[in-house]
Design a protein around this ligand. Sequence first.
Ligand code: AMP
Ligand code: MG
Length: 317
Amino acid sequence: MAIIGTDIDKAKTLLQQGEAVGIPTETVYGLAANAFDPLAVAKIFAIKNRPVFDPLIVHVASYQQALTVADFSPVAQRLAHAFWPGPLTLVLPKKAMVPDLVTSGLTTVGVRSPRHPMALALLQALPFPLAAPSANPFGYVSPTTAQHVHDQLGDKLSYILDGGPSAVGVESTIVGFEGGETVIYRVGGVSVEALEQEIGGVRLALHASSNPKAPGQLLSHYAPRKRVTLQSLSSFTSEQLSRMGALVFRLPAEGIPLKNQVVLSPAGDLAEAAQNLFSALRKFDGLDVSLVWAEAVPEEGLGRAINDRLRRAAHPA
Ligand code: AMP
Ligand code: MG
């Protein structure tokens, strides 16, 4: 069983020995391994039961280190300087140092520098970057605490570094570059508005279906064990409502028992709602409901990422 602790040296030693370790980031918890060691990276895929066509994000200590794994265009450099360390992943032409397993054979690599102080301290102490996807079984809701990682992967890991609850709570925004255009593959912790303020217009390409470049795009993803619906409440009878759960933005929903409801942010704050989203979705696994009604939040700022995860959680597998 994995130990949960705050010993950065211990995490460092395990990573240097080629092991996979659970690490905190400001978005969600990651399952990290030496990005330059294919055998260590293979452990990530095995532990998560992740298909090898789903590439990993390479986490770096700095822009300087990022230059060892990817080629930066002037726009990419500008975005890195504006948003790193932070929840923005840049998809860029990869350097030969990066093993094919990390990128699922693509000629590009996703790279970001995380803002979590413990993750940064660990990366700065290591002589290599860390490949790390979210530390959850493939397809399930991402973890935002060390305990979430322990609950699902604890029997397959030896150490989980505990950095407290993730401050952002949703995954990074993933941005790529196609023929001079900046394309958003996944909405996340950096808002579309913030990106546009920095570099002007961007294109959203979130709904690839088969063989997606960014499987965070898969329609059914981030799913809890209970079925989730975004259908209007008026489409349910009062009898049905009395047996349902509800995940709501600021106020409880009428007709659904209060004990089956989770409020994301009573103050109506989208950042707080994002922070609470995945913990909230997990709560329904332990409640006696078979269907959870999710309320969409305003489609702005972090609200886009929240609604995106809710839609994917609601999509039938
Ligand atoms: P996770 O950290 O679990 O959200 O998974 C990392 C995600 O990053 C993958 O699901 C992909 O969507 C995305 N990603 C990583 N590398 C690339 C790449 N080279 N091209 C496109 N997407 C990527
Ligand atoms: Mg993931």
